[in-house]
Design a binder for this molecule. Structure first.
Ligand code: GLU
Length: 336
C-alpha cells in the first residue's frame, strides 16, 4: 500500500535499496544545540561513505522539536560543517518547510485506520507502564516505557477525543506486528522489535521525528542512512512507516556511539566537546578530522587531515565495532 502519491511506490523490500544507482545520503542535524565531536564523527562517516560511492549528500535541518530548538543553532551547524570541510549537494532542506506534507501523511494514516488519537498524559502512561510486566529491555538498549494501548479504539476522531477529555490529543500509529527485522550494513541482522504504538504527532500538533524523518527521507529519495547506533530503536518504527506510506526504505548503517572514559554517551559532564569550543582554542579542523580518524583506528595520533584525504581508504568494516571512547588528551595534540 502506498498512502502518499507524492512518494514513489515501493519497489523493493524492506532494507533493500535499488542496485546500481549512486546512493543518496543525508546529514540531518537538529538545531537543538551546538555540534559536538559525536555529531562530527557521524557526519564525517556519512559523508565519506557517500563521497566514496560517488553519491549525492543532502543537508536537512531537523527543526521540528519546537521547545528544544535554539536560536542561531542552524547557522552555527552550517558553519561548523563548512569549517570541518564537509560539503553537501543541492539546496539545504528545512524540515519545517515540509509541514503540509507531514500533515498529509498523518491524514492518510488516519484515513487508512492506522493512526488513532491518544489523550494520555506522560504521567498516566508511566503509571500504567510501571507494572513490571509492561517493562521491556531490548538487549543493548535501556528499557523504554511501553505505551499500554489505553486509547486504542477509544475515540472516533481527534475532535471527539479533544472534546471528551479537554486535552489536545497526540496521534499514535497502530502497531499490529511488532517484529520488523532489518539488516544493518554494519551490525548485521537486527531483530527490530517495536514496543507499542508510537507517537506520530505530538499533543501540540507537531509531527514526531519518526513521521517527519520518513516523509522527508522518502521525498528526497534517501537510499543510505548512516547514523549512530543510539537511533537503532527508531529504525523499525521508520521501516513500518515506509510500509504504510510507500517509498523505498534506505540501507541502514548504525555506527558505534562515541562515549566518554566512563562508557557513557559523550556529554557535558565529559567537558566541552563542541566544535565551537575547539575552534576557540585554536584547534584546526584538520586536527579534529585527524583525531576522529585516529579514534576510528585509521590514522596515527596527531594526524592532520582533510575529509577528502580519507575517502579512498574508507571502509565500513575497518570501523571498530565497540563504542569509541573519547579522551581529549589521547586524541588531540597537546600543543595548544
Ligand atoms: N536529527 C536527528 C538527530 O540529530 C538525526 C536523525 C537521523 O539521522 O535519522 O538526532
Amino acid at each position: 500500500m502506498s498512502l502518499n502519491p507524492e512518494i514513489e511506490p515501493p519497489q523493493a523490500d524492506i532494507g533493500e535499496s535499488l542496485p546500481g544507482k549512486p546512493p543518496v545520503g543525508r546529514l540531518a542535524p537538529s538545531p537543538t544545540g551546538v555540534l559536538h565531536l559525536g555529531n562530527a564523527r557521524s557526519f564525517l562517516l556519512a559523508w565519506l561513505s557517500i563521497r566514496q560511492q560517488g553519491g549525492k549528500l543532502l543537508l536537512r535541518i531537523e527543526d521540528l522539536d519546537g521547545p528544544r530548538i535554539k536560536a542561531g543553532a542552524t547557522e552555527a551547524a552550517i558553519e561548523d560543517l563548512e569549517w570541518l570541510g564537509l560539503d553537501w549537494d543541492e539546496e539545504i532542506r528545512i524540515q519545517s518547510h515540509r509541514l503540509p506534507l507531514h500533515e498529509k501523511a498523518l491524514q492518510d494514516l488516519i484515513s487508512a485506520g492506522l493512526a488513532y488519537p491518544c489523550c494520555c498524559t506522560r504521567k498516566e502512561i508511566e503509571e500504567a507502564a510501571s507494572a513490571p510486566h509492561e517493562q521491556v529491555s531490548s538487549g543493548d538498549h535501556p528499557s523504554e516505557t511501553i505505551y499500554p494501548g489505553t486509547c486504542r479504539g477509544r475515540w472516533g476522531s481527534m475532535e471527539e477525543a479533544a472534546e471528551a477529555t479537554g486535552r489536545d490529543p497526540a496521534l499514535r500509529l497502530l502497531v499490529e506486528e511488532p517484529a520488523i527485522p532489518f539488516f544493518d550494513d554494519f551490525r548485521g541482522q537486527e531483530e527490530g522489535v517495536l514496543n507499542g504504538d508510537f507517537v506520530l504527532s505530538k499533543r501540540d500538533g507537531t509531527p514526531s521525528y519518526q513521521l517527519a524523518v520518513v516523509v522527508d527521507d522518502a521525498l528526497d529519495g534517501i537510499s543510505e542512512v548512516l547514523r549512530a547506533d543510539d537511533l537503532i530503536p527508531s529504525t523499525p518504527r521508520q521501516l513500518l512507516l515506509y510500509r504504510h506510506l510507500g517509498g523505498i526504505p534506505p540501507r541502514h548503517i548504525h555506527v558505534p556511539l562515541i562515549v566518554g572514559p566512563d562508557g557513557k554517551r559523550l556529554a557535558k559532564r565529559h567537558g566541552d566537546t563542541s566544535l565551537a569550543f575547539y575552534r576557540r582554542q585554536g584547534i584546526s579542523p584538520e586536527e579534529i578530522i585527524g583525531a576522529l580518524a585516529h579514534l576510528c583506528g585509521w590514522a596515527p595520533r596527531g594526524a592532520r587531515l582533510r575529509p577528502a584525504d580519507l575517502v579512498a581508504g574508507f571502509q565500513l568494516d575497518r570501523l571498530p565495532s565497540e563504542p569509541m571512547i573519547w579522551e581529549d588528551e589521547r586524541y588531540l595534540t597537546a600543543d595548544h
